[in-house]
Structure formats: C-alpha cells, structure tokens
Design a protein around this ligand. Structure first.
Ligand code: HEC
Ligand code: HEC
Length: 244
C-alpha cells in the first residue's frame, strides 16, 4: 500500500520541479539574460554556468546576490521579483552549470585534428599554444555550453563577448580603422586591427564611430565543416577544462 502511494507521488513532485525550472528560465531570460547571456554563459555580466562561482559559492549566497546586487557594479538586486520567484531563478541557473556533463556527440580526438587543420590556433591559444587574437580557449569547455560552442563556430556574430565587439572608426583624414574594441572611455577608443595591432584613437578626431553589433572578427566555419565534423570539434572544445 505504502509503495503505491509513493509511486503516485513521485511523478507529481517531478512535474512540479520541471515547472519551477520553466518559470525560473522565463524569469532568468527576462531579468538576468540581458547581462548574463541567454544561456547564462556571460556577457556584460559574469558567467553563471561555472561549476564554482567566485561570489556565489552556495545557493544562499547566489540568492543574496540576486536579491541585493553587488555594490559598486552594474549588478543590481532584482527588487521586482518575490523571494519565491528568485529561488526559482536560483534553481534554474544552477541547472545550467550541469548541462556540460550531459554526453555530447562527436569524437574529441578527430576534433583536435580538425582544430589544427582549420587553423584555429592562428587566432586562439590552448594551453599556451597559438596566437591570442581571439579569446583563450584553454578552459572554454568549463565556461561555455556545447550549444554555445556550436553557435560560436557556425555563426560567430551571434556570440561575440563584449571585449571582442567590432567597431569601425573613420578618421578625419578619411582612413578607416576596423577591428575589435579592446577598450573605450569618453575620450578615446582602442581598436585591435586584423594584424593584431592595437590603435588608440581620440574620439574628438574621428569623423565617425560605428559599433557593429552582430559582427565578428572570426570567420564563419558553417560551410567548411560537415555536420559530423562540427560535432567533433565541439566535443574537443567541450573537453578543454584546463586553467587559463
Ligand atoms: C545590468 C546587468 C546585470 C543584470 C540585469 C544582472 N546581473 Fe548579475 N552580475 C552582473 C555583473 C556585471 C556581475 C559581476 C560583478 C562583479 O563581480 O564585478 C554580476 C554578478 C552576478 C553574480 C555573481 C557571480 C559570481 O561569479 O559569483 C550572480 C550570482 C548574479 N550576477 C546573478 C544575477 C541574477 C540571478 C540576475 C537576474 C535576477 C542578474 N544577476 C542580473 C550584471 C548583471
Ligand atoms: C581570424 C581569426 C580566427 C580564427 C581563424 C578562428 N577564430 Fe574563433 N574567434 C575569433 C575571435 C576574434 C573571436 C571573438 C569574437 C566572437 O566570439 O565571434 C572568436 C571566438 C571563438 C569562440 C567563442 C569564445 C567565447 O568565449 O565566446 C570559439 C569557441 C571559437 N572562436 C572557436 C574557434 C575554432 C574552433 C576555430 C577553428 C575552426 C576558430 N575559432 C578560428 C577569431 C578567430
């Protein structure tokens, strides 16, 4: 008799927690994703999918930050959300960090070979090897989900981290400088051009300055990879979890 009751209860409890994750996801996307990214992997805000967060090591610490914010940063407390809603956001965000442990298709050793033949090391560093034009990939598997990695390769413009955003500046003498915005303040902007040289420009001396959102300095590999090869390279990257 007891066993029958248990069996009846389990699916209900399960369904409820799934629903909570769904609500948590909606709330996260509305209130947190603008800074933390749609997959929580970071943007203007921190990456929240890491197995261990710097300031939010426990669920309670995570909750406190979400509620009260972090003083001196753009991270404000989510005063619009009730405590109950916030706990659902905590549960959902915690689940993101575990997605990486789900087995993914592809052969990492084939992916490693492709990484070499496609010239990825011409722009990326893995464990000290390569060139630092794009982001370091030594621990990319711990920082980004497989879905994100796939997108970063076939459609780089969709996943540009803030510090690699593209800009086009026109100098008063008519010369165009296009590249990644390394740094910017009210008066100057520093742009890394395709030859990996950083140019510092005074804004007052520019004829125009255009932020090219959705553009990336990384070439698209969509047409250069067979579908199976894309899985291979993603599985290789997902396995890179070393210290950067
Ligand atoms: C306006 C942008 C912005 C929004 C919106 C935002 N955050 Fe943040 N968040 C940040 C920034 C920036 C940091 C990093 C602050 C720092 O450490 O300097 C951060 C840090 C955090 C941290 C600490 C991460 C760590 O590494 O320990 C947590 C947890 C967090 N945010 C949760 C949330 C949640 C949950 C929401 C939605 C309810 C949210 N944030 C909304 C910008 C934002
Ligand atoms: C010409 C230089 C260049 C080449 C070649 C290149 N990348 Fe990139 N890559 C970049 C730049 C710049 C970025 C940052 C902008 C962006 O995310 O689109 C980037 C971003 C990425 C990211 C996302 C990193 C993050 O933290 O969001 C991944 C993953 C990646 N590249 C993998 C690869 C792989 C795999 C290859 C080879 C198939 C490759 N790249 C070839 C320049 C390059």
């Amino acid at each position: 008799m007891k066993r029958a009751v248990l069996l009846l209860c389990l699916p209900i409890a399960y369904a409820q927690s799934e629903g909570d994750l769904g609500t948590g996801k909606k709330l996260f996307q509305a209130h947190c994703a603008p800074c933390h990214g749609i997959d929580g992997a970071g943007g203007r805000g921190a990456n929240l999918t890491l197995p261990k967060l710097k300031r939010a090591a426990t669920d309670q610490a995570f909750f406190d930050i979400a509620k009260n914010g972090i003083e001196g940063t753009i991270m404000d407390g989510a005063w619009q959300l009730s405590d109950g809603e916030l706990w659902k956001v905590v549960a959902y965000t915690r689940s993101l960090g575990q997605t990486a442990r789900v087995p993914i298709p592809g052969d990492p050793s084939l992916g490693k070979v492709l990484y070499g033949t496609l010239g990825c090391a011409g722009c990326h560093i893995v464990a000290g090897q390569g060139r630092s034009f794009g982001p370091e990939l030594t621990a990319i598997g711990a920082r980004r989900s497989a879905a994100y990695l796939k997108e970063a390769i076939v459609d780089p413009g969709a996943t540009v981290p803030e510090e690699f955003a593209m800009v086009r500046a026109k100098r008063a003498d008519g010369q165009d400088v296009r590249g990644m915005r390394v740094n910017e303040d009210s008066f100057t902007i520093q742009i890394r051009d395709p030859s990996n040289r950083i140019q510092s420009l005074r804004k007052a001396e520019l004829a125009s300055l255009e932020h090219e959102s959705g553009k990336s300095a990384m070439p698209e590999f969509r047409t250069k990879l067979a579908p199976g090869e894309l899985d291979d390279i993603v599985s290789y990257l997902a396995g890179l979890r070393g210290e950067p």
